[in-house]
Write a protein that binds this ligand. Structure first.
Ligand code: PLP
Length: 315
């Protein structure tokens, strides 16, 4: 049977009891009506959940949409650190903006010196834990970048798997936007909800660029329901972290350790795995590597066996 470990999705679907709760809501909701303007209830609830006010929260159709809006608004050079999430360059290119690439160092840390030397940067995007390398970016390095007072995004899509919270930096830096998502830890990739946390003026300026009914009522409601069931989310996250540790120790020779729900492999095993009906991610920016998502135990066992076989035949 095919195994999909290619998109960093959550291995767990939303449990049936929560789906029933959601269905009850759908039954009694008038879908002929528009959502409430500005989605105040969703923003308040995300605020409560993350320890901020609704004023500090922006939401979008996936954090991808927020990236799109913020990059568009930057109107100029976007600084990225490859290898990283490809969508940053995708959106910048769409708007005809240049990306300034300051590659990560060989240990996947930020090259802060070279970042600091660049002129005319309108927006810096730091991904932590970084996709596809899996490592956290050091707080001191992040603060060094924030001290440049250039608008900066920390893309924190894998926050829940990492245990590293950067929100305290918002007290000190009003040039910071932290982006998170319901797609990974919350098992909601199909529903498309992401959010950002920022200084209220920064959040307000982004809200001004959004249409009044920017998220549909069903996605918004399910996000609210999932926050009420956070203990279930935490159970799934804990399971995946344990599996990640097991997966990594089984294939250490060929993988980098990770603080997310995936592992970067030191070889391009895309074709090799594909031939075994195990789908992993080919990396356009790193042609000698590949990325595998941590799934359920049974899926990981099959992937681990295949990778071990590769190691014994090739390394
Ligand atoms: C998955 C991912 C996202 C986001 O996703 P949405 O589904 O659009 O919320 C954002 N950034 C990174 C680095 C990701 O890996």
């Amino acid at each position: 049977m095919a195994i999909y470990l290619d998109k960093n999705e959550n291995a767990f679907d939303i449990p049936e009891n929560i789906k029933y709760e959601f269905m009850e809501y759908i039954k009694k909701t008038n879908l002929n009506r528009y959502p409430e303007k500005g989605l105040p209830s969703l923003l308040e609830k995300i605020g409560d959940f993350s320890g901020f006010n609704g004023d500090n929260i922006i939401a979008g159709n996936g954090s991808d949409e927020l990236l799109n809006i913020i990059i568009h608004q930057a109107k100029g050079n976007i600084l990225v650190n490859t290898p990283t999430f490809e969508m940053y360059q995708f959106y910048a290119n769409n708007y005809g903006y240049d990306t300034i690439n300051v590659p990560l160092k060989s240990d996947f840390s930020l090259d802060t010196e070279n970042i600091t030397n660049k002129n005319n940067v309108k927006l810096i995007i730091i991904c932590s834990p970084n996709n596809p390398t899996g490592n956290l970016i050091d707080r001191d390095q992040i603060e060094e970048i924030l001290d440049l007072h250039i608008p900066t995004i920390i893309d924190n899509a894998y926050y829940e798997f990492s245990g590293e919270d950067y929100t305290d930096l918002l007290n000190e830096y009003d040039n910071l936007i932290i982006l998170r998502t319901f797609s990974k830890a919350f098992s909601m990739a199909g529903l498309r909800i992401g959010y950002g946390i920022a200084n209220r003026n920064v959040a307000l300026n982004i809200k001004k660029l959004q249409a009044p009914f920017y998220i549909n009522v069903l996605s918004a409601k399910l996000a609210e329901i999932m926050m009420e069931h956070y203990s279930t989310v935490q159970e799934h996250v804990k399971y995946i972290i344990n599996e990640r540790k097991r997966f990594y120790s089984a294939i250490k020779d060929i993988a980098f350790d990770s603080r997310a729900n995936f592992l970067l492999l030191k070889k391009d095993l895309y074709r090799y795995m594909e031939n075994r009906d195990i789908h992993i991610r080919k990396l356009p920016l790193l042609n000698d590597r590949s990325r595998v998502t941590v799934g359920k135990k049974e899926e990981n066992d099959v992937a681990i066996d295949a990778i071990k076989e590769y190691i014994s035949e090739n390394l």
